[in-house]
Design a protein around this ligand. Structure first.
Ligand code: BTN
Length: 250
């Protein structure tokens, strides 16, 4: 993957811009960074607050040569790469909440949005990563569930150093994903870095349905195994929150 980084002062959404460039034939590795987003998007149709200079708003184009059942692992690759970059460039240690939220001290510091798109040269993925550089990145009312690089490290966040580390780390993890045993290695690395992988009491909300149970690892395609009162269920989409044991049904 050869990175080519385009920089903008302001965009509606870096994911939307990469999708637009992909539809015009952009190559794998194209990356877009904006100082602010006016219509930043998150998972599950949520908005992603993106004020000027408060976050790293980054998207890149991937054209993976992968079996369809491996595509969900792209978000795991993004979480692993971003975790590497935050440790290397900001000395911030992170945990991963399934599928791909990065947490520091149990608060969200980074969100990842991977969107599959059709382009004239084939199916592609727009991988969007939003990293909170300062606490101004998110609304005040989220201060108990969100955090930032500056807050966690106690020093100003160096956006360029984080971006450089992220580009290198993404290249490393993406090339592992293409290897024959890449899926197993990525699932194992994800599990070793996530306190949510196994033995965590969680609630999973997916649309109208809410399940509670204990996590029992992940499948090689990224699905979360959840042990509920009805047995093991495979979770492929939804919002996971950790639950205190006293409130559990199982
Ligand atoms: C989440 O809901 O946790 C995912 C948030 C992803 C935000 C990033 S910021 C850069 C890119 N552009 C967007 O509009 N969204 C992603």
């Amino acid at each position: 993957m050869k990175p080519r980084v385009l920089r903008y002062e302001s965009l509606p959404s870096t994911n939307t811009e990469v999708a637009r460039l992909a539809s015009e034939g952009a190559e794998e590795g194209l990356a877009v960074v904006a100082d602010e987003q006016t219509a930043g998007r998150g998972r599950l149709q949520r908005a992603w607050s993106s004020p000027k200079g408060a976050g790293l708003y980054f998207s890149t184009l991937l054209r993976p040569k992968l079996a369809p059942d491996r595509w969900p692992l792209i978000t795991f690759v993004a979480a692993l790469a971003t975790g590497d970059a935050l440790l290397e460039a900001a000395s911030v240690q992170t945990d991963i909440k399934w599928p791909n939220d990065l947490l520091a001290n149990e608060r969200k510091i980074c969100g990842i949005l991977a969107e599959a798109i059709e382009t004239p040269t084939g199916r592609a993925v727009v991988l969007g990563i939003g990293i909170n550089l300062t606490n101004q990145a998110f609304p005040d009312e989220l201060v108990n569930i969100a955090t930032s690089i500056a807050h966690e490290s106690g020093r100003p966040a160096e956006r360029e150093a984080i971006l450089t580390a992220l580009l290198h780390a993404l290249a490393r993890w993406c090339s592992l994903l293409q290897e024959p045993d890449g899926a197993e290695k990525i699932a194992a690395a994800w599990s070793s870095r996530s306190s949510y992988a196994t033995g965590k009491l969680v609630q999973v909300t997916n649309g109208a349905e809410t399940l509670q149970g204990q996590t029992r690892g992940i499948e090689n395609d990224g699905a979360l195994r959840l042990e509920t009162a009805q047995g093991i269920q495979l979770i492929r989409a939804g919002d996971v929150t950790s639950v205190r044991p006293a409130t559990m049904n199982v």
